[in-house]
Design a protein around this ligand. Structure first.
Ligand code: XGP
Ligand code: MG
Length: 216
């Protein structure tokens, strides 16, 4: 029986995936590395450090750890310039009613994000109170597709892994859910997330019962 819902943040709850792309694109341009929107799919869900390594791999480049850290810090500053202007308008459509309805029906709700900026974003958008548990890039050591973030989320909710479902917009996140023995709802197109157990464009006009019914 499903009792817990684990949500990724960027691209699932808030429209921030585009800001990560703009910021990484600026870094890639600075390094003269070609970086497309399609390449960006590989960065979704993974940690900041791993994201930058993927960009270096795309360009066939290597760099010392210290330099990599500098670029990651620079990317985060660019990203924060976007984020600090963020308002509740950037909560994705249907998210708040969906969370409210699920909460009223007794589902336990956790955030499972790779981002170290998760707490700031939830504060800026007034979303913190919707989550019983928050697991983010500051509290996990292994990035998705490692299942640590979701296993920790289920644990902190006091639930078994198989009692939880995951909402994710990234390939690495869907893999992480499956490694944790959880069903995964892909937020986005089937072509981008072929291994998800079902797909949604977003949370408008969907209910948790409908999703669970379809997953069975
Ligand atoms: P943070 C971010 C990564 O920088 C970004 O590449 C990922 O797509 C994103 O996490 C996934 O949620 O981490 O820089 O906000 O800590
Ligand atoms: Mg995401």
């Amino acid at each position: 029986m499903i009792k817990g819902l684990l949500f990724d943040l960027d691209g699932v709850i808030v429209d921030t995936a585009k800001y990560h792309y703009y910021a990484w694109k600026q870094i890639a341009d600075e390094l003269s590395i070609e970086f497309t929107l399609q390449d960006n799919e590989r960065l979704k869900g993974v940690s900041r450090a791993r994201s930058f390594q993927i960009i270096l791999e795309l360009g066939g480049r290597t760099m010392s750890e210290a330099e990599q850290e500098e670029y990651c810090e620079k990317k985060n500053q660019i990203y924060l310039d976007y984020i600090n202007k963020m308002t509740e308008d950037e909560i994705l459509p249907g998210v708040k009613p969906f969370l409210t309805d699920a909460k009223n029906k007794g589902y336990r709700i956790a955030l499972g994000s790779a981002s170290q900026n998760a707490q700031s974003i939830l504060t800026l958008t007034n979303l913190k109170d919707y989550f019983d548990v928050i697991v983010d890039g500051k509290t996990v050591s292994a990035a998705k597709p490692n299942p640590e973030v979701f296993i920790k989320g289920a644990n902190e909710l006091g639930l078994k892994n198989e009692e939880c479902i995951v909402f994710e917009d990234s390939v690495s996140g869907i893999e992480a859910a499956h490694h944790a023995n959880m069903l995964a709802v892909g937020i986005g197109a089937e072509k981008d997330l072929p291994m998800a157990d079902m797909h949604l464009d977003g949370f408008c006009l969907v209910t948790i019962e409908k999703i669970i019914g379809e997953l069975k």
